[in-house]
Design a protein around this ligand. Structure first.
Ligand code: ZN
Length: 291
């Protein structure tokens, strides 16, 4: 039984779809109300939202690692905010967390369409995703496996995921992507209501996923400055196969650098927020996952 779900927006202050969906639902709570659980809506990083920037001191969506949450010596804005949010929506790892399911709303400058990033998998999370894939066949599912502990917002709850929609510039609202995200949330709420009711959902027992393999950085010089950009033939090719010999980067001298690896799918291609993180795209394998 899922007793409540939190829909969070503005974790990144310049991703306006989530910010304005949460504002809309806070004005009209009936839109996200269902019969057998509570829906919480929450604007996350108020200072970053005000300044229309991703974060103030550090990325809030990387601030929910257990070691960081437990460290009293770290003092910056997002570290303190993460601790407050964890008391309200967590606590992470607790047996009796205050919120059962968190869905965190994001946008991307990459051409990812409507997609889900899963990093906190549970049986309920996968069943919710399978239901959403049935309702929205264009939905893509990306299973993220970073090399560090999962420190995303949704990791505070036992179940949940992030929604990524794009392409949309930072600080911009696009009506088509706003509507798609909104519709997906209503499907999710319907799923929880039906699951709580014990309704027969006819959910598939497998989900097509893009399974994270590796981050690909830009070519750089000795000073770590970028010396090439995403090749024009790879631009906007999210969830698209890349094979050995396909153009990957274009240097500032107009030289093409080709991909030299196993066939994989490219995701988060040329995402603006990842220049500072040091990756140009990620590579994933497509597979069917038994849930
Ligand atoms: Zn984001």
């Amino acid at each position: 039984m899922i007793k409540n779900i939190a829909i969070t927006g503005g974790t990144h202050g310049n991703e306006l779809t989530g910010v304005y969906l949460v504002k809309k639902w806070q004005k009209n709570p009936a839109l996200v109300k269902r019969s057998n659980f509570e829906t919480i809506t929450k604007l996350m990083n108020l200072q970053a939202i005000k300044e229309v920037r991703r974060y103030v001191d550090q990325d809030l969506n990387r601030s929910f690692g257990l070691s960081e949450l437990g460290n009293d010596e770290l003092e910056n804005y997002e570290v303190k905010l993460a601790k407050e949010l964890n008391s309200e929506l967590g606590e992470k790892g607790s047996e009796e967390s205050k919120v059962d399911f968190i869905v965190d709303l994001h946008t991307t400058t990459a051409n990812m369409g409507l997609s889900i990033v899963v990093s906190n998998p549970s049986k309920i999370t996968w069943r919710a995703i399978a239901y959403l894939c049935k309702m929205e066949p264009a939905l893509k599912v990306y299973r993220w496996k970073g090399d560090i502990e999962n420190a995303f917002v949704d990791s505070m709850a036992p179940h949940g995921f992030a929604i990524e929609v794009g392409a949309v510039p930072q600080g911009v609202l696009r009506a088509d992507l706003f509507l798609q995200t909104e519709a997906l949330i209503y499907h999710l709420l319907d799923y929880v209501e039906k699951e709580n009711n014990g309704d027969e959902l006819n959910i598939s027992d497998e989900v097509e996923i893009y399974d994270h393999e590796v981050l690909v950085d830009y070519p750089r010089d000795e000073e770590r400055d970028i010396v090439a950009m995403v090749h024009q033939d790879r631009q906007d090719k999210d969830f698209t196969l890349i094979e050995k010999g396909d153009p990957l980067f274009l240097t500032l001298e107009n030289e093409t650098i080709n991909y030299d690896g196993e066939p994989r799918y490219t995701i988060f291609v040329n995402e603006a927020a990842y220049y500072e993180k040091g990756f140009a795209m990620t590579l994933a394998e497509k597979k069917m996952l038994k849930i």
